[in-house]
Design a protein around this ligand. Structure first.
Ligand code: AMP
Ligand code: ZN
Ligand code: FE
Ligand code: FE
Length: 293
């Protein structure tokens, strides 16, 4: 069992990379990829911990991309070099765009009569890339809402009064960056992007034409029908299937590493296609551990 989608304190997860590895081992996970939002700063600590625990580990990232008319388009990258100049440059850009947006959200909340400060938000960000989940936590701590879901449903979600659009990188740009840095590009949680099956198929074909390599077939919130649908589309379009929990720690407390809500179970052999594509045996950003593939 593997898990190719987890977040750490380097973005909006609540656990350090080494802690994620410890939990993975405890749950019987044999392969793990760290996929923080728009940052790879946790990679060194993560791969060291994988080596020490002898589990299979892949460097990773989750890029927020221009959704082309859909909900959220996130592209996962695996096995890429965190120090490749394009990665460094584009992550700096993405983090600047995030920061502009975060400050506008705080200003909007202030205009709505909530005296939240930037320092209130930073308390919840530790060392990571700051996003709406941290603003939500600050609103809870300042007792302006009762929980983070309420923060989103009252203020932060699209269409709500403190929502702020953000500039994203084009999906093609994200895919090309991942490839340039030696990795593979995978469409994350496709149903959070396009809910309608026909639009989704057209959208996935478009991303395939842009060079995407895989699709996240197994995902915590997917029903078995959605999983089967994605597996079929992956076969028809020529994507390899991947899977992960989207573990965030205390920010999404119902999700466990490797298990999702309970029965996620991504098979080890999903690694075979990824390993071939990223030349795993000679890739310094892949730790070959005990996953059987
Ligand atoms: P951002 O990257 O700043 O746009 O924030 C997006 C993140 O916020 C997502 O990855 C989710 O983890 C979280 N999020 C989005 N919508 C909700 C919601 N309704 N309730 C709780 N968390 C949410
Ligand atoms: Zn997140
Ligand atoms: Fe995502
Ligand atoms: Fe995620």
């Amino acid at each position: 069992m593997i898990d190719l989608h987890v977040h750490s304190v380097f973005s909006d997860g609540s656990d350090a990379p080494a802690e994620l590895v410890r939990m993975a081992v405890e749950s019987g996970v044999t392969g793990l990829a760290l996929t923080d939002h728009d940052t790879m700063d946790g990679t060194g600590e993560f791969l060291d911990a994988c080596r020490a625990a002898t589990i299979t580990g892949l460097s990773g990232i989750e890029l927020s991309c221009e959704p082309l008319g859909g909900g959220e388009l996130h592209i996962l990258g695996y096995g890429l070099n965190p120090e490749h100049p394009l990665v460094v440059e584009k992550m700096k850009w993405a983090q600047e765009k995030r920061m502009e947006r975060n400050h506008r959200i705080v200003a909007k909340l202030n205009e709505l009569g909530m005296p939240l400060t930037w320092e209130d938000v930073l308390v919840h960000a530790e060392k990571g890339v700051v996003g709406r989940p941290h603003i939500a936590s600050a609103l809870v701590a300042r007792q302006m809402v009762t929980n983070t879901s309420q923060a989103f449903s009252l203020y932060l979600s699209k269409g709500k009064p403190a929502y702020q659009e953000r500039e994203y990188m084009a999906p093609q740009e994200g895919i090309e960056m991942i490839h340039a840095a030696g990795g593979v590009a995978v469409v994350a949680h496709p149903f959070l992007w396009l809910k309608d099956s026909h639009r989704l198929e057209a959208g996935l074909r478009k991303l395939k034409a842009m060079g995407a390599d895989g699709v996240e077939v197994r995902y915590t919130s997917h029903t078995s029908e959605q999983m089967m649908e994605l597996l079929r589309l992956a076969g028809e379009i020529g994507f390899f299937p991947t899977g992960g929990s989207d573990y965030h720690g205390t920010r999404k407390p119902d999700i466990k590493v490797g298990c999702g809500f309970s029965s996620l179970c991504v098979p080890d052999d999903y690694l075979t296609a990824i390993f071939r594509a990223v030349h795993a045996t000679e890739n310094p950003f892949v730790v070959l551990g005990n996953a059987s593939c």
